[in-house]
Design a protein around this ligand. Structure first.
Ligand code: FES
Length: 574
């Protein structure tokens, strides 16, 4: 394959007939790359979040090999590189603390290296937004490829779902309905293949967002990680990345406001994770596209939930793939779509999906007869959350959607753990559990602790849901009438910091309202008495994060990372 007709960015490294070109090529040749690969052909970076500490992405070296086949076949030169891998199941205090750090790694690695285009290998929750954010700030041709979900979990002949069954079984153990031995036994069949969480948790939601945004090829979201079609897709992504460089199809040419609006609609139709709100706001922020919480509420409100997947429903991603996956959902929500939105394969979203079929109406319901009437994300406002809070109606209890209750306040997650199962705790199922200081600055990193487990004494009565309010997030695999992302957070001096035991809290999802029923004069008195929040993090990355992180309504990005910095010419290194 001869070099590309257009002079590519990588030619500034590999195309020079001087000591600098010698240096750039010669050292690369120690890997066995022959000279003709440096002839001006597109150099495709494969941005890999592989790590044995990120089990959801542990199969990514193999996926990368298939991407490489496609790149070579199309006449490109693939070069794989590692970036910080944000694994949800191991990282403390929360993987979210490191999403922005990973995005910086991605951005700087892409910009500083001789790359013309990039394939983003994404899987576990935060890896998807981190790579999209970093790539967006560079604006080269980029295509995302998800690693795929695990096969259905299995326990005692039943399907079990990542996270969702963990929360459920944990509550059953606390209620005395499941033995600890059985709980431990379920662990064996919970994660029985390569891949990410197979519920419609955050990873599956973000893989669906990749497809709905037009940043991945059709079927990206649902093919199981171990299905050979996942590897065929990887091959085709490699091919397409080369073509995208030749077409100069940059991220900013694909991603427009309409693509984000389509993604928000699809999120409603799939009963997607509340985390998608924060991640899409952050990606849009990098692109300079003005999407806000009100867009989430407005666009999601009209779209019913069509997909019967945990945590909102019963099935899992493997079933979803066999039923038709995201293409069938996109086909179904035609009236809500911007059909002309471009995608990375150069076709519109409608061209890609108009002939998609649904093979199982138990899994993907028709628009005319939806699985649940209310999809989308409800954005609440009120004196407790002047800059917004979110709730996922499809995962909440209908009888709690309008509720007024006495606040039981936990000043930190440690306070919650210390007292929640104290038999003397003054709480009943009509109360509203309020958790403070778990937001972006407070935790730090806005951990997934908002779906606080109910007190044992209430679980033992057979009660499985209560209204909970916090500035935290919750896992996309979780469920319940849980108000999340309260902004401003307690640590930033939000009203949440001022809530006291016994205050009345009123939630009205229909009216999109969350009120702390305390007179303004009393709130003012408490505000003056508030001692403020002092982060224990006085150095290192955590300090940088706490000093610069934006609130939930702005995507929790770092203020200095918002926007696109492109790939301007760089000085030589020697
Ligand atoms: Fe990685 Fe759920 S822990 S996707």
């Amino acid at each position: 394959m001869a070099g590309s007709a257009r002079k590519l960015r990588s030619a500034d490294w590999f195309g020079k007939a001087d000591k600098d070109g010698f240096g750039h090529r010669s050292w690369m040749k120690n890997q066995g790359f022959p000279g003709h690969l440096f002839d001006g052909r597109p150099v495709i970076g494969i941005c890999n979040t592989w790590s044995e500490l990120t089990p959801c992405n542990a199969h990514f070296r193999r996926i990368a090999e298939h991407v490489k086949r496609g790149v070579y076949e199309a006449g490109g030169f693939p070069l794989e590189f590692p970036v910080f891998s944000t694994g949800e199941s191991n990282l403390r205090p929360t993987a979210m603390l490191f999403r922005n750090l990973a995005s910086m790694d991605v951005e700087e690695a892409i910009r500083a290296n001789p790359l013309d285009g990039v394939v983003l290998l994404v899987g576990c929750d935060k890896t998807t937004p981190a790579l999209l954010m970093g790539a967006a700030s560079c604006d080269l041709p980029a295509i995302a490829l998800s690693g795929g979900p695990m096969l259905n979990g299995k326990y005692n002949g039943e399907n079990i779902g990542s996270g969702t069954n963990t929360w459920k079984f944990d509550a059953m153990v606390k209620a005395g309905e499941m033995s600890l031995a059985d709980f431990m036994a379920a662990e064996e069949g919970n994660s029985r293949s390569a891949g990410h969480c197979m519920t419609m948790g955050t990873a599956s939601t973000m893989a669906s967002m990749v497809e709905a945004l037009g940043m991945g090829l059709p079927t990206n979201a649902a093919i199981p990680a171990v299905d050979s079609r996942r590897y065929m897709l990887a091959h085709m992504v490699g091919r397409r990345a080369v073509e995208m460089v030749r077409e100069d199809l940059r991220m900013s040419k694909v991603l427009k406001r309409e693509n984000f609006e389509n993604a928000i609609r699809v999120n409603g139709a799939i009963g997607g994770s509340t985390n998608a709100v924060i991640h899409l706001l952050a990606i849009a922020g990098r692109m300079g596209i003005d999407i806000g919480l009100d867009d989430w509420d407005r666009l999601g409100r009209e779209v019913p939930c069509l997909v019967n997947l945990m945590p909102s429903g019963k099935y899992l991603m493997e079933d979803f793939y066999y039923a038709g996956g995201i293409p069938a959902v996109i086909r179904e929500i035609e009236p809500f779509l911007h059909k002309d939105a471009l995608t990375v394969n150069g076709k519109t979203i409608w061209e890609n999906n108009k002939d998609a079929k649904c093979w199982n109406r138990e899994v993907i319901f028709p628009l005319a007869k939806p699985f649940k009437q209310e999809g989308g994300i409800a954005v609440l406002r009120g004196n407790l959350c002047p800059n917004g809070a979110v709730l996922k109606p499809s995962a909440a209890s209908p009888h709690l959607m309008k509720h007024r209750g006495r606040a039981v306040v936990f000043e930190s997650i440690e306070d919650y753990h210390a007292r929640i199962d104290d038999p003397g705790l003054d709480i009943d199922e009509s109360c509203v559990m309020v958790l403070k200081y778990c937001g972006p600055k407070g935790y730090p990193g806005m951990a997934e602790v908002g779906n606080m487990a109910l007190p044992q004494k209430i679980l033992k009565k057979g009660i499985t849901d209560m209204v909970r309010v916090s500035d935290a997030r919750m896992s996309g695999t979780a469920y319940g009438t849980v108000v999340l992302h309260v902004a401003p957070e307690a640590a930033a001096g939000g009203t949440l910091a001022l809530v006291e035991n016994g205050d009345m809290v009123a939630l009205d999802v229909e009216k999109r309202s969350l009120q702390l029923e305390v007179p303004e004069a009393e709130l003012e008195r408490r505000r003056k008495a508030w001692k403020g929040f002092r982060s224990p993090h006085t150095s290192g990355y955590a300090k940088l994060y706490v000093d610069h992180v934006l609130q939930a309504d702005r995507g929790v990005d770092l203020d200095f990372l918002v926007g696109c910095r492109g790939t301007p010419p760089l000085r030589e290194s020697h």
